[in-house]
Design a protein around this ligand. Sequence first.
Ligand code: ARG
Length: 457
Amino acid sequence: MKKLWGGRFTKSAEEWVDEFGASISFDQELVLEDIEGSLAHVKMQGECGILSQEDVTAISNGLLTLKERAENGELQFSVKMEDIHLNLESMLIDEIGPVGGKLHTARSRNDQVATDMHLYLRNRTKEVINLINELQTALLNKAKDNVETILPGYTHLQRAQPISFAHHLLAYFWMLERDKERFTESFKRINKSPLGAGALAGTTFPIKRELSAEYLGFSSIYENSLDAVSDRDFILEFLSNSSMMMMHLSRLAEETILWCSQEFQFVELDDAFSTGSSIMPQKKNPDMAELIRGKTGRVYGNLFGLLTVLKGLPLAYNKDMQEDKEGMFDTVKTITGSLKIFAGMISTMKVRTDVMERAVKSDFSNATELADYLASKGLPFREAHEVVGQLVLTCINQGCYLADLSMDQFKEANALFEDDIYVVLQPYEAVKRRNSAGGTGFAQVQAAIVKAESLLK
Ligand code: ARG
């Protein structure tokens, strides 16, 4: 098979060399984007008088035929034709004859591949944003059911203060909201057209880049042809936004894994999102959450892989840049899969309110309430902290909790203590009274739910 660029060559490379250089095994993922870009390019060629309307019609029809075959999975790609661009061009020529060779006038594979990548990420970014919305909806719905579900909040993985489970879930809602903002914000840099930059320097043909950009729905064009074909920042941004989002999912995965352990038993995952062990019959493992935590590593890896590929590349195009694709495809697949799984896992998860409640009743997570109590009666907080610290120590020595101490013991520790202290010590009260902005108080959580809901609309 003769290469489309074979003119100046006297011998062809051996098959295994071709195979090493080819990208068709993976860049066939761009088939529809490549055809879409070509359709816009040929329309612009006609509009600018570079091709006759007759040629434009022939080429467009040929491309539409290829598109239909692509959608039906009927295209047979060949390693000999190196990549998706040359495969499609040679198929077009096979389909409509030599006129198909006019499509590449005033274009290079360099601006073509960049265009494909912009189109690809534009579609995927929209999909990712929708999937984030779905996971946020799942978290929000679970939160709505659990405003008054109280569990220990932790710092250093030590019981700290009682909180509302809804508040805990909503923390992830807001992380995802920032992730969504980042993907949305980077969209404007994805939605830029490199088409018409040519190989690197522009073209002698009277093209109108604004036209092909408009046909493709891009909101602007790259200002500089060298930058247009060399820029992969928009992919790096996508990989970086994905990495940060996966870090959030991984933290939630870790908490989910802890929560469904025998030690916590705060939640139970649905059977549909759990797996068993091939040897231990009692096991129900949170594999999906573990996998999401694990897959975060490859998403980070894809970001660092591409950063490293680009570092030190001279302008303009270099074949190194073909390495931008597999990591990007892999990241798209990994994050869309993870978001879908997580939404399902959260919405089907059973919350063990009884276990959570028992947990906050048998710990010292209400110790701050006592210190606050004394401080609100005028004792300097630092002294109040000391008094309560002593009481905790007394409890530890007696093998009881703060609410088990007698009124005499409280009075002995500090005369400011009154009978109402037993109400203050109740976890429900402790949560309810944390009504500062963004706190875990029920009124705050309700307000956050209303706000979150309005953001999803
Ligand atoms: N397959 C190539 C890539 O993905 C397309 C661009 C090739 N351009 C070139 N001048 N060799 O990067």
